[in-house]
Design a protein around this ligand. Structure first.
Ligand code: M6R
Length: 609
């Protein structure tokens, strides 16, 4: 969602702020802006739409300054227009903000009563006038910041520059991420470590409630109690090309093709490739845990759904899987010694973070699977298991999903062993299967020409159904999500056995049905029957099957378009079949000419509820 970048320096910061904004684009936005202080005055440029529009504005009407803040806005309060775009400024301060000021309406009313005239529909504008009010009272910038923080509630991160103190930047964090970067005679701020790593490898991750005052040569961080604190300066490393597209046309394409390597690296961390055992451990007590609750959103939630099948089958533990935004409000029952496992690529998804907070308050043992180290979720969970996927920039999650499944598979094996229900032989079998995954994915990635043909049959569809059974049911859901989010075609995923309970009414000649049906799982015959039912109703069926599955389709004279999949074990099939789901969505979106990496209305990390 909204992205923040800022620099205070002894040199012009404008080109770098624009570059920083480009680095934040992946978060999703619908307008952008920049403010500097030049010769004692604020210079502000804002534009609706893509960053190119802002760059055009700054080209036509250039600005400069040794201090500046930039912002990409994902609209919450107020439509995406230039007036609502950040920075919001008056003659005293200029503010960029991520998150929501929950008590903005009452603050707005009281500020209006004092004579302030609001020009935008945003919640952010209250910060501008609150600040102004305290500065007018004669408060120093830091005291004014403390007073503002006392007034506002909600989840936010913001940065402020002040006309009267033209080298000072104030920042605060409460529920939304903010990182400080330390440079040589300059300081940086950003919504993530990726953006500040453009200029430095030394970063400070602000904790909840922390705020800071920065000048080009100094920084001081304070905690919620207004005490000066010394903070750990961490070193970030982003491998070369980790945040570029390389030779690919899109980040999503690059990230799909990185998966053999990503799974390989994640396995290297968690599994012993000589003994075929898992090296992963957790602090949680699996032996005595009465239940596991898995909580996540979107694609990460579907990873959790796959894991439920695995945990119940191999570790014999009852599992609930919840969408985080439901879990946190549904008055669920927490059992003594229960384990809550949250899954999040970004580690910043607000609902997942709040669900984790709730589980912590309810004395659950907590584990987080995240892709971003030092993210809010990583910092809160008692146990953190990283996915080693590297930065995921495409809004559609791809490599993070398969990396999550790889980590989950290892947790399942570890938990099963702790619970005394898995033999070493079985562990070795499962690990052997997992080590085949990078090679299997490479085989799937070679099928692009076939995928393109399938995309041609989907391109004009108004609706597409994805079906599967067992662990391939969540993969069907994931296939539908991928297709709808980047191609804007309406798509739904169903458990194949559920079709007759309603969705089969949607079937006609214009509605393609995509079927995930690995032949060697126990559901194959049943899925085949479901395929026959939809074929009988005139549907075009696209079957993802291995060679045995293909023979079965031919033997039963089932007309279909086939996407040939490699033979693989039931255990790893959801990881392997997910790759084809991603490729189908990607090629269909290409044909439809949509913005693959930054689809409309979407944000990469959803930091407001
Ligand atoms: O960062 P998270 O894994 O917590 O994000 C959860 C969802 O927002 C995310 O998976 C979303 O559904 C993706 N756009 C799916 O491709």
């Amino acid at each position: 969602m909204c992205g923040i970048v800022g620099i205070t320096s002894f040199q012009n910061v404008v080109p770098r702020i624009l570059k920083g904004l480009a680095c934040l684009e992946y978060r999703g936005y619908d307008s952008a802006g920049i403010a500097t202080i030049d010769d004692g005055n604020f210079e502000v440029r804002r534009a609706v739409g893509k960053l190119k529009n802002l760059k055009d504005v700054t080209h036509l009407n250039p600005l400069q300054g040794n201090i500046g803040v930039g912002h990409t806005r994902w609209a919450t309060h107020g439509v995406p227009n230039e007036i609502n775009a950040h920075p919001h400024s008056n003659d005293y301060v200029s503010v960029v903000h991520n998150g929501i000021i929950e008590n903005h309406a009452e603050l707005r009313k009281s500020l209006e009563n004092k004579g302030y005239v609001f020009v935008s529909q945003t919640d952010t504008e209250v910060i501008v006038y609150l600040f102004t009010e305290y500065l007018k009272e004669g408060k120093e910038p830091l005291l004014a910041l403390q007073s503002v923080l006392g007034d506002i509630t909600g989840a936010f991160a913001f940065a402020i520059i002040l006309k009267q103190n033209p080298d000072v930047m104030l920042v605060a964090r409460q529920g939304s991420p903010l990182v400080i970067g330390i440079g040589q005679d300059e300081m940086y701020i950003g919504s993530d470590a990726l953006v500040v790593s453009l200029w430095t490898d030394k970063v400070i991750y602000l904790n909840e409630g922390d705020y800071a005052i920065l000048t080009p040569a100094s920084y001081q961080v304070y905690n919620q109690k207004h005490h000066k604190i010394s903070v750990e300066v961490k070193t970030v490393e982003f491998k070369e090309n980790a945040v570029g597209k390389g030779n690919y046309n899109h980040f999503m394409q690059k990230e799909i093709f990185e998966q053999p390597k990503v799974i390989g690296e994640t396995l290297l961390h968690y599994a012993d490739h000589e003994n075929f055992t898992t090296k992963l451990t957790t602090k949680a007590d699996w032996k005595n845990a009465p239940r596991l609750s898995i909580v996540a959103c979107g694609t990460s939630y579907y990873a959790g759904m796959v894991a439920k099948y695995w945990f119940e089958k191999y570790a014999h533990i009852p599992v609930d899987v919840d969408i985080a935004s439901e879990f946190r409000y549904r008055d669920g029952v927490f059992l003594d010694k229960g384990i809550t496992l949250v899954i999040s690529q970004s580690g910043e998804t607000i609902d997942t973070l709040m669900a984790l907070t709730l589980a912590t308050e309810q004395k659950q043992q907590t584990i987080a699977i995240v892709n971003v180290p030092e993210s809010s979720i990583a910092r809160l969970a008692s146990d953190v298991l990283m996915t080693y996927a590297g930065p995921e920039i495409g809004v559609a999650s791809t490599k993070a999903f398969t990396a999550q499944l790889t980590v989950l598979a290892n947790i399942v094996i570890y938990a099963a062993r702790q619970r005394g229900v898995m033999s070493l032989t079985q562990e070795k079998e499962l690990l052997t299967d997992l080590f085949t995954v990078p090679g299997l994915i490479m085989t799937v990635l070679q099928n692009e020409a076939e995928v393109h043909k399938i995309a041609l049959s989907l391109e004009k569809a108004d609706g597409v159904l994805f079906i599967g059974r067992g662990t391939n049911f969540p993969v069907a859901l994931e296939g539908a999500l991928k297709l709808k989010e980047i191609s804007y075609i309406h798509a739904e995923g169903y458990a194949a056995g559920e079709l007759k309970h309603g969705p089969i009414a949607l079937i006609d000649q214009e509605t393609p049905v995509i079927v995930n049906a690995p032949s060697n799982d126990k559901w194959f015959e049943k899925t085949l029957s479901n395929v026959q039912e939809v074929v009988a109703r005139g549907a075009t069926v696209i079957c993802l099957v291995d060679v045995i599955g293909q023979q079965a389709l031919e033997a039963n004279h089932i007309p279909n378009i086939t996407l040939k999949m490699p033979m693989c074990s039931t255990f790893v099939a959801p990881i392997v079949y997910a790759i084809s789901m991603q490729l189908i969505a990607y090629h269909t979106a290409l044909l439809r000419g949509t913005d693959v990496d930054q689809p409309r209305n979407l944000a990469k990390s959803v930091t407001v509820e």
